[in-house]
Design a protein around this ligand. Structure first.
Ligand code: SF4
Ligand code: SF4
Length: 124
């Protein structure tokens, strides 16, 4: 039945999304490429979340895999092992079409992949 296949693929995508997100969290926790934020800025004196509709005064309000797997060029260079580990996860995410060029909630990512929402193309 089509709806059973759709449910199965939705569950698979959801579980894959959660697994990649958790793994990325472990990698970021280990390497801390963004350092400690002070005054809303990382140790490179930047906040790459600005501007974003999901940013609140207390930080990010959503679970965005595209953001979790992204590093700026400076962090890529200064934390190559972190970048490598995140790149491996990015490969898996791309194979499952879970990455977007813009910040994207998990719900929107699943809708996009399952065909109920169009893809966006510009990263904020
Ligand atoms: S990704 Fe780069 S610019 Fe963004 S918070 Fe981390 S270190 Fe700063
Ligand atoms: S969605 Fe991405 S860019 Fe927006 S606040 Fe969260 S982490 Fe930052």
């Amino acid at each position: 039945m089509w709806w059973q296949r759709k449910l199965k693929s939705e569950r698979y995508l959801s579980a894959t999304f959660d697994w990649i997100y958790a793994e990325a969290g472990r990698i970021l926790e280990k390497h801390r490429p963004c350092g400690v934020f002070e005054g809303g800025r990382c140790h490179f004196r930047c906040n790459c979340c600005v501007p974003c509709q999901y940013l609140s005064p207390t930080g990010c309000t959503v679970v965005s895999l595209s953001c979790k797997l992204w590093l700026c060029h400076r962090a890529e260079k200064e934390f190559p092992e972190c970048y490598q580990d995140l790149s491996s996860l990015r490969e898996i995410a791309m194979q499952n079409n879970l990455l977007n060029d813009v910040p994207e909630t998990k719900e929107d990512a699943l809708k996009r992949i399952l065909g109920t929402k169009p893809a966006s193309r510009k990263l904020a």
